[in-house]
Each structure stands twice: as structure tokens, then as C-alpha cells.
Design a protein around this ligand. Structure first.
Ligand SMILES: [Zn+2]
Length: 272
């Protein structure tokens, strides 16, 4: 048995942590896990989605403040900002970025790491860059010959990708008439996975209010008509709000295998 559990979530922008994983962060924090959030940028390129919000400071400052507030609701123990610029992660110094994450992984020594998968949810360039950084960092953190000054080597037991069920993407399509995100006028479709590809579903029903409060902190990014902002929104009526899905991308846990024929329901299964 391991006494102190910790989880590291690695994402690109303020609000990336909220929609698909906010309940997971809140649940594990409430269960006593040290939850760390690594966010690559301060959301400098965000567009104000709420016309009632007149920014009183640079966008990165505003979104960092929103993120810090959200972290309080999610119970994040520590927020680690990597200091890259929103929209420019693909031209950031890649080795430096991976080094920073390796150093954090070796310091924190989390049993569970979550990040974007190769889909980047909808292929946002920053999400794809962070996915690659996270994969490389998980690999290199265990490599004793790589960057010994960054800490003792550490093998992450379980590394997960955040994922959407295809069924969830289909629901977005039915409700909105489309299932993409427009970036500079170009539609980037959400990527959904078949049920058999999703390995793990975390039920966060007990934590929906914390998740919703955290999401609402990202006020500058939410149109006032967004369903999550409406008084009548009931998160317990929305299956995809309280079921957060993951793919176990790397299982380095000795003697552990996924439960056959069913979904894993705990990221720390096999550890505690
Ligand atoms: Zn993002």
C-alpha cells in the first residue's frame, strides 16, 4: 500500500481542466489525494465569450485569475504554470517544456497522470503539443540517464488520456447542430471514441457542484447562453457531466490489468 497518493493533470489552457476532468480532480482531492494541475499557458489568446465582461487587465492575467479560482473549487493543491504562450506551444522550446514536466513528475512522484490523448479532444494545436510533451515526459522521467539533475528517475504507474465517448459527441451534434470548435473560422471536430476504446469512467455525481462552480469560474470563456450558466441547469440530469471518461494509455503497475469486460471506475485501481 502507498500512503500518500497524488495525481498530476497536464493541460494546455485555463478551462481545459474543467469540462472533462473537473469532477475527477474534485473527487480525488476530496478523497485526500494531492491533486496537481500543470497548465502550459495562461490562455492569452482567449476570446471574451461574454460581452458583459469588459477585461480590466491583460487576457493572460484575467484567465490565470479565473483558473486559480477554479482550482479552489476543484481542490487543486498546487497549480504549476509552465509559462508558454497560448497558441504558440508548437513553436515553444520543446526540450525545455518536456524538461519542466519531467522535473515536476520526479518531484511529485504521482501514481496517476492524466493529459490529452492524440486527438487533443478537437485537435487544438496546443492540446496536441501538450499531449506530446506529457507522453515524452512520462517516458523520460523514468530514464535514469536523462537529466539526472532534474531528480531521481520515476516511473509513472498509470498514465491516462482524457477522452470523449462517440455517443457524447453525437449528443453535442444533436443539441448544437454541429460538433466542432471553430478556430479562425475553421471547424475542428470533436473526436469521440467507441465504448470499447474507453477503459475508465469516473462517476463524479457527488462532486457535480464543485465541477460546475469550477467551470463557472472561467466566466470570460463562457457565453451567457451557455447551458451550464443557466439557473435551471441540473448537472445530475446530464450523463456526460457526471461521467468522465479516460483511456489507460500506459499501465506500468506491476501485476495490474484492467478488469475484463467492464470499465475501470477508479484511476487509482490497483494502487489503493
Ligand atoms: Zn484548451
Amino acid at each position: 500500500m502507498t500512503d500518500k497518493l497524488s495525481l498530476v493533470a497536464i493541460f494546455a489552457h485555463p478551462d481545459d481542466e474543467a469540462f472533462g476532468t473537473g469532477g475527477t480532480l474534485a473527487r480525488y482531492a476530496a478523497e485526500g489525494v494531492d491533486v496537481h494541475l500543470v497548465t502550459a499557458t495562461r490562455g492569452e489568446a482567449g476570446q471574451i465569450a461574454n460581452p458583459n465582461i469588459v477585461p480590466d487587465r491583460p487576457m493572460g492575467d484575467l484567465r490565470e485569475a479565473e483558473l486559480r479560482n477554479a482550482c479552489r473549487y476543484f481542490g487543486v493543491k498546487e497549480l504549476h504554470l509552465l509559462g508558454y504562450i497560448d497558441g504558440q506551444t508548437t513553436i515553444a522550446p520543446q526540450q525545455e517544456a518536456v524538461y519542466k514536466i519531467v522535473r515536476l513528475l520526479r518531484q511529485i512522484r504521482p501514481q496517476v497522470v492524466i493529459s490529452f490523448g492524440p486527438d487533443g479532444i478537437y485537435g487544438h494545436y496546443d492540446h496536441l503539443a501538450v499531449h506530446r510533451w506529457a507522453c515524452a515526459a512520462v517516458q523520460l522521467a523514468a530514464d535514469e540517464e536523462r537529466w539526472p539533475e532534474a531528480g531521481l528517475p520515476y516511473r509513472v504507474p498509470k498514465f491516462y488520456y482524457r477522452a470523449m465517448f462517440a455517443e457524447q459527441v453525437a449528443l453535442v451534434e444533436r443539441v448544437n447542430g454541429h460538433s466542432y470548435v471553430l478556430m479562425e473560422g475553421i471547424p475542428f471536430p470533436f473526436v469521440g471514441y467507441a465504448p470499447e476504446q474507453i477503459t475508465t469512467v469516473i462517476d463524479v455525481r457527488q462532486y457535480v457542484q464543485a465541477k460546475l462552480n469550477g467551470i463557472r469560474c472561467h466566466a470570460s470563456q463562457l457565453n451567457p447562453m451557455h447551458p451550464y450558466l443557466q439557473d435551471e441547469f441540473d448537472p445530475l440530469m446530464e450523463e456526460w457531466f457526471f461521467r468522465e471518461a479516460y483511456i489507460l494509455a500506459q499501465n506500468n503497475l506491476d501485476g495490474y490489468s484492467l478488469p475484463p469486460g467492464e470499465k475501470e471506475t477508479d484511476l487509482f485501481a490497483g494502487i489503493r
